[in-house]
Design a protein around this ligand. Structure first.
Ligand code: G1P
Length: 293
């Protein structure tokens, strides 16, 4: 049986960034810089490295600068060219998505992640797609995870969720999945159950949904009827839990760790970790940190 390949990815970038005020009062949280580029650029880089061809952004008011960031900036490019700044020019040219490979739609009201994803239904159409939460940065080491999920879908169909272990007293901040360990290998297992933000002590495991998914388009029909869940919001986890009665779901373990840049600590940690790996500033940053400590 052949399966439609995953070509498109959804980036729900409408969130208000309330965990990171005052930084995000006027500036979208996705545009905060980690080392040398906005958080959203790191996430898009990961999607493109995994072979995604079309980027679908679900934005909101005050997020227009994200659309600007992914456009050709004529004055900037011409100025760099005129001044012979080849390195900077190549960098921004390489990062520019091809003409016609981005789409933007708006989530008009903050009704939850599930609702944001549903807003992309017309742009995705009837094909499987990747979903990348834009707060979460996956460093290079973990990027094979999304590529593996896409490859598995393209061969076998089904739905895939990237997971990561969390400490038991944080399970109430995440979607949590339970897996069938008797029936999987190579870091991929069938999902038995999932629940959004379970109360501490009631979670079926400590495997958190970390923010990378490959989903079948049947999720949209479920989302169109999905009632509000945890936090009074329409949750993608609740819709996936329903789809699981009709289609297989697999959990895929992320190698290494991710950084939740929607929180102060996650953002600072991402800057440190990625900064230390940076070719240009890594060694000097290491000296700075050693001196400081
Ligand atoms: C969302 C998802 C949750 C997931 C988390 C990862 O929650 O609903 O299942 O574990 O992202 O960051 P949020 O962080 O938007 O509350």
């Amino acid at each position: 049986m052949t399966h439609k390949p995953v070509r498109k990815a959804v980036f729900p970038v409408a969130g208000l960034g309330t965990r990171f005020l005052p930084a995000t009062k006027a500036m979208p949280k996705e545009m905060l810089t980690v080392v040398d580029r906005p958080i959203i650029q790191h996430v898009v880089d990961e999607a493109r490295a995994a072979g995604i061809e079309h980027l679908v952004f679900v934005t909101g008011r005050n997020k227009a600068v994200i659309e600007e960031h992914f456009d050709y900036q004529f004055e900037l490019s011409e100025t760099l060219r005129a001044r012979g700044k080849t390195e900077a020019m190549t960098l921004i040219d390489d990062l520019l998505p091809g003409a016609g490979t981005t789409s933007f739609t708006r989530q008009q009201k903050p009704l939850g992640l599930g609702h944001a994803v549903w807003c992309a239904r017309e742009l995705i159409g009837n094909e499987p797609f990747a979903l990348l939460l834009p707060d979460v940065i996956v460093p290079e080491k973990g990027r094979a995870c999304l590529a593996n999920m896409i490859a598995a879908q393209n061969t076998s169909g089904g739905n895939y969720i990237a997971v990561e272990e969390v400490v038991p007293d944080l399970v109430d901040q995440y979607g949590i999945v339970d897996i069938d360990t008797s029936n999987g290998d190579g870091g991929m297992w069938p999902v038995k159950a999932m629940v959004e933000k379970p109360a501490i002590g009631t979670a079926p495991s400590n495997l958190s949904i970390m923010g990378r998914y490959v989903l079948q388009p049947e999720i949209f029909d479920i989302l169109s009827r999905q009632a509000a869940g945890a936090g009074g919001e329409i949750q993608i986890t609740d819709a996936m839990d329903k789809l699981m009665t009709a289609q297989p779901f697999h959990a895929v373990k992320l190698a290494g760790r991710s950084f939740d840049c929607g929180s102060k600590l996650g953002f600072l940690s991402a800057n440190l970790h990625l900064g230390l790996q940076d070719e240009k500033v890594g060694a000097a940053l290491r000296d700075e940190i050693s001196a400081l400590l």
